[in-house]
Design a protein. Structure first.
Length: 116
C-alpha cells in the first residue's frame, strides 16, 4: 500500500480513518486543504499542534462569516470533530499531524470515487 511507504502503520490507519470520516460527512476536500495550509505555515513554531486546534475552533466559531457557501460552517465542524478524534494524541508532533492530514486529503479524493 502506498501510504505505508511514508507513514507508520498507526499513522496510516489514522489517515484512512480521518479520510473515511470526512468523506462520509461529505466534507469539502478543499476546506481540508485550507486547514493543511495553515498547519504547514506554523508547523515549525512552538505549540503548533495546540495552535492548530485553536485555529479549528476559531473556524467553527466564525465559520458563517468566513464561509462562501451555506455549508462551509458544517465542513469546519466536521473537520474539527474528525481532527479531535484522530489527531488529538499527535498534538505535540505537528510534523506527524501534517503528514497524516496530507495523506487523509489524498485518500478523501480516492474514497469519493471508490465505495468505502
Amino acid at each position: 500500500m502506498l501510504t505505508r511507504e511514508s507513514l507508520t502503520d498507526t499513522e496510516s490507519q489514522l489517515a484512512h480513518n480521518l479520510a473515511i470520516t470526512l468523506v462520509k460527512q461529505e466534507t469539502d476536500v478543499n476546506e481540508v486543504g485550507k486547514v493543511i495550509a495553515y498547519l504547514r505555515s506554523i508547523v515549525n513554531e512552538p505549540d503548533a499542534g495546540l495552535r492548530f486546534f485553536s485555529y479549528l475552533k476559531t473556524l467553527v466559531t466564525h465559520g458563517r462569516q468566513i464561509g462562501h457557501s451555506g455549508r462551509t460552517a458544517g465542513y469546519y465542524r466536521s473537520i474539527e470533530r474528525a481532527c479531535n478524534q484522530y489527531l488529538q494524541n499527535q498534538q505535540t508532533n505537528a510534523q506527524t499531524m501534517l503528514k497524516i492530514l496530507g495523506w487523509a486529503m489524498r485518500l478523501m479524493r480516492y474514497y469519493k470515487v471508490i465505495p468505502i
